[in-house]
Design a protein around this ligand. Sequence first.
Ligand code: NCD
Length: 306
Amino acid sequence: MRHLMSPLDFSVEELSKLFDLANEIEANPEKFSHVCAGKKLATLFYEPSTRTRLSFEAAMLNLGGSVLGFSSADSSSAAKGESVSDTIRIISGYADIAAIRHPKEGAPLVASLKSGIPVINAGDGGHQHPTQTLTDLLTIRSLKGRLDNMTIGICGDLKFGRTVHSLINALVRYPGIRFILISPEELRLPDYIREDVLRRNNQEFREEVRLEDALPELDLLYMTRVQKERFFNEEDYVRMKDFYILDREKMKLAPPDMLVLHPLPRVNEISVEVDDDPRAVYFKQAKYGVYVRMALILTLLEVKVC
Ligand code: NCD
């Protein structure tokens, strides 16, 4: 039985097959519309979410399966003090696969050790968010035609942003990637990613504070929200929250084929006037999230579709 805790749980070859399957689903959704009939997905969300939970549920429904679950810790037995290990043991008797989001780093991993069904990490604290990374990679591969040889700017909250940590982990495996990490001093990448992932892999990268200093060089800009819920005090958040605002003026500095991605939700970091720019692909990206989760469910449940 296989779980998904980190994007590294799949090899580059396995990811490539997963993305082929996701593109096949996108091109021919009818073919897949009943392949999970009788199967159930449980979504155990101890932390708020719109896209991730609903895209998981849409993915399972699109495959002809059904869904059950909860969308906040207070509406589950966690409020009574039940551990994730006990909860997953119970859910293993009710469903065939589970997606877990939790504010504590490592909680989905703890659950997977006691689980009788495949467990997917749907985001654990400020740590990892592997299915967002699968979404990001599928978007890049589908729209750019490749995952290698690119200069990628990652901008915003690099300290607490779990989507950033997972994306960097995944991308260092592709040749010719150059990162420009754009953040205020206080929200720079944590050492465990800079040293253990970037330096250990001899990954080319540089750090910048000003977005304008990076934009002209980028093939891709990955914008992120300042992660309000991970701050220890409101004042720091308020000081940081509008540090970056990508607007039409700044987009003039970017190459004509640069893509702008964002895991969403967007707060102020991308002005709505950018939404109509053909380079802004974050709403398309959210759609790719459904296709890739469909492919992931099929892969973890070992459902073969001929
Ligand atoms: C991200 C997350 O939850 O980490 N959202 C998402 O799943 N698309 C990004 C964020 O909340 O900023």
